[in-house]
Design a protein. Sequence first.
Length: 320
Amino acid sequence: MIPQPERFFRKQRRLNLLDLLFKMTVLNKPAAHFDERLHALICTAFAEDAGDGDHSTLSSIPPDARGKAVLKIKQDGILAGVEIAQKIFQFREPLSIFQPHKKDGDPIKSGETAFEVEATVHTILICERLVLNCMQRMSGIAGLTRQYAEKIKDYPSKILDTRKTTPNFRLLEKEAVRIGGGHNHRFGLFDMIMLKDNHIDYCGGIGKAIERAYRYVQDLKPGLKIEVEARSLEDVKEVLETGKADRIMLDNFNPEKLSEALAIIERRLETEASGGINLENIREYAATGVDFISIGALIHQAKSIDLSLKAVGGKWKIES
């Protein structure tokens, strides 16, 4: 008979191989469903954290021991990641019991609880850090996004995130922006063409860059939108002359210059303000009537909030 730890390691190696094959397949599908991408993220995270096994737990807790744990909130803010936490626990143990006390997007106060989970102690302990990492980060982003959204709630402008995200964690960072009241810009390089300063400079000008992009879309990617960065009012006029862009990003325009640009554009295409926008001046940008305001700081300046997962009832139980 194979000893329990060795059986675990053999099973873990098989799971790791299957998960790796799944991850490689999914990550090569640009339009993969959210749950497929989340599955790949979870597989990668467990491979990074658990390796060939959680030896602290394997050495001290029987494999059939069951327990409960509660997610304690230790800081005021906006909650995000409850649904992700449930998916993580049930990915590891499909029959685990997850009872949410709060939902994503809820305001939270220190001292409250977000959920209770019942599962094998092995599952609770191996999932603990991944769940906390996701929820603490996501809640920080959702809270900051909510602050921006509240600032311009009286204006039609929409807040967008950017690609300034943590590698391999973009899926959940963008989900946190959505939970906080923002909107998602393109997910990656594959779902929109964005001609920025370097593209334009390498091509030898805005007109040439747009013309090449437009032909590419017509020939290879029908329906793919084209956005172009403008750095001056002259750039704005040149973009409009082509008639082949869907959106113009007005980069580092102050509110006064932005208003001038919008007057030239006359709503002939979507408009996006970007660069130098913060909580102190965002209302000035929204007041111009620009369609979108993109803010990288939603993600890269957000601070994680304090949460903890604690055992309930002390000693584990073994069910016969």
